[in-house]
Write a protein that binds this ligand. Structure first.
Ligand SMILES: Nc1ncnc2c1ncn2[C@@H]1O[C@H](COP(=O)(O)OP(=O)(O)OP(=O)(O)O)[C@@H](O)[C@H]1O
Length: 232
């Protein structure tokens, strides 16, 4: 469904990606792990049209989307949940869900109900201002808002950032549940254990280039990956 070939991208004159290859099949859950500054966020930003693609190609359903606008890319079915969650503190949970659906002309009651089924806590808190929610609940709002555009691919950038271990477990369950509904996942994480537990295939990126790719079981058992990214 998603195919990156030899993608180069960066910031101004500085290249952060030096020819990246990556694929995600329909319904698949794929992780992208790597050290700080390796280029993980830049890959997601290039896919969603926020960073220019300087060379190579990005195809979604066979259609070239490199340098399409972010709006066009969301419309095709790719949603991006950014690193800092970008929650609006003075809007309610329900308002976040409604705004997430504006790209496809607005949400029906059924869409909202489906989201509440997936995230029961958001139903309980639907009229609460998002700024008053816990970090984990805010992360769920960010994921639910992204899902309201009805993506076939959901890209998540560091969803566990700043969350306590118990809450991180909840995020893991949430990702699995979303993937269980058939939505493909591309998950960027510093927390490699979480990333490998939530997905079935993973890439390792180093200095803007893929250094490894394989099933998460294979990578989690590899001594070099364990010592570099899993800490044991
Ligand atoms: N806005 C920016 N302007 C200039 N350079 C940037 C910018 N954002 C990132 N970079 C550089 O691009 C490279 C890749 O950064 P990127 O954010 O993609 O890495 P990352 O793997 O997501 O790391 P992190 O976990 O720290 O977010 C780094 O060298 C970084 O310093």
């Amino acid at each position: 469904m998603l195919q990156l070939e030899k993608v180069e991208s960066g910031y101004g004159r500085a290249r952060a990606l030096h020819g990246v290859d990556l694929t995600v099949a329909a319904g698949e859950a794929v992780a992208l792990i790597g050290a700080n500054g390796a280029g993980k966020s830049t890959i997601l930003r290039a896919i969603s049209g926020l960073n220019r693609v300087l060379a190579g190609s990005i195809r979604f359903d066979g259609k070239e989307i490199g340098n399409a606008t972010p709006r066009q890319i969301v419309r095709l079915g790719v949603a991006h949940c950014p690193e800092e969650r970008k929650i609006w503190p003075n809007l309610t949970v329900l308002e976040h869900l409604e705004l997430g659906a504006t790209i496809r002309g607005g949400a029906g009651t059924q869409d909202i109900d489906e989201m509440y089924k997936l995230f029961p806590i958001l139903n309980e808190r639907r009229h609460q201002l998002a700024g008053t929610l816990s970090g984990g609940q805010q992360q769920m709002v960010a994921i639910a808002r992204a899902l309201m555009s009805r993506p076939r691919l959901l890209m998540l950038d560091e969803p566990s950032l700043g969350l306590a271990p118990k809450v991180t477990e909840e995020v893991l369950t949430t990702i699995r549940r979303v993937n269980g509904t058939g939505t493909a996942i591309l998950l960027v994480e510093q927390n490699a254990s979480l990333a490998l537990a939530a997905t079935s295939r993973a890439y390792v990126i180093e200095n803007g280039l893929m250094s490894r790719e394989g099933s998460t079981a294979e990578l989690a058992n590899d001594p070099a990956i364990r010592s570099a990214y899993l800490g044991f």
